[in-house]
Design a protein around this ligand. Structure first.
Ligand SMILES: [Mg+2]
Length: 275
């Protein structure tokens, strides 16, 4: 039997982090076991670079991570023996970008949004207090969430008709529009699955003698592309919504427990063959 190293690509909110408390305490044991067995935990989330950095410090992770919904990957400089291809240097990280940076989307919003003056506000126009008000985040977390590098969350206060027109003009200018709860993201085309594939390939190239198997874990629809792209997919149960819809039927697991409990439940079974 050949030994494989698992690349564990994980969503955070509602998956490794509890939906309400944002805690990963129920997964801590399994997380430590995976790390000491030499497997890699790789966050793959809509969160910003700054938000994931805070999480990595808490979870003591030194692995690469995928941020802003697959828009980019950060790889610690000392992680691989060489600089990975197509990356640029940023402080102590190598960064691989898949889309245009935020400034590009801001200029599109400025150009085409004049028509809709007063009907919306973007993160870049807001101060921390305003973001706290709209999101319910703590001031500290709001500050991390505001440091986006690849897109602009926009809060709409005009009518629905004008909103549709606005979003059309954004799309016509080349933007992808992701509608969430309170915010609509104006950004490039991002794909958590494409980022997963790119990074898995880098692992294989940089560590030729090792064999890697990718596992993806996610609880919601925006995780479906990475679940499809991984060798093994784990859908994490949520009380808020059904499992994400995916086409793949092989190597697919569903947790019976929610969030971090479900995360541990499935990885214990798959990686350590334990019930
Ligand atoms: Mg989630």
């Amino acid at each position: 039997m050949s030994l494989t190293t698992f690349l564990i690509y994980t969503d955070l909110d509602g998956t490794l982090l509890d939906h309400d408390s944002y805690s990963f305490a129920p997964a801590l044991n399994t997380l430590e076991k995976l790390k000491s067995a030499g497997h890699f935990i790789i966050p793959n989330t809509s969160k910003t670079f700054a938000e994931i950095e805070a999480f990595r410090r808490e979870a003591k992770l030194q692995t690469p991570f995928i941020f802003e919904n697959g828009a980019a990957i950060a790889i610690p400089k000392d992680f691989f023996p060489w600089q990975p291809p197509e990356t640029v240097e940023k402080d102590d990280m190598w960064i691989k970008s898949f889309t245009q940076e935020r400034a590009h989307w801001l200029s599109i919003i400025q150009q085409h949004g004049q028509h809709f003056f007063g009907m919306f506000r973007g993160f870049s126009q807001m101060d921390v207090a305003e973001v706290v008000n709209l999101t319910g985040l703590t001031p500290k977390d709001a500050q991390l969430a505001m440091q986006r590098h690849y897109g602009e969350p926009v809060h709409w206060s005009g009518d629905e008709y004008a909103k549709r027109e606005f979003l059309h003009s954004m799309q016509a200018a080349g933007a992808t529009v992701l509608t969430g709860g309170r915010f609509t993201h104006i950004c490039g085309e991002t794909d958590k699955g494409k980022a997963l594939q790119w990074l898995t390939q880098v692992f294989s190239q940089e560590c030729e003698e090792q064999q890697f198997t990718s596992i993806a874990l996610g609880d919601s629809q925006n995780d479906s592309a990475m679940l499809e792209a991984a060798d093994i997919a784990i859908q994490i149960k949520s009380l808020q919504h059904p499992f994400p819809i995916i086409k793949k039927s092989k190597h697919l697991y569903q947790s019976t427990l929610c969030g971090p409990e479900g995360w541990s439940e499935c990885l214990e079974k798959i990686v350590f063959n334990q019930e």
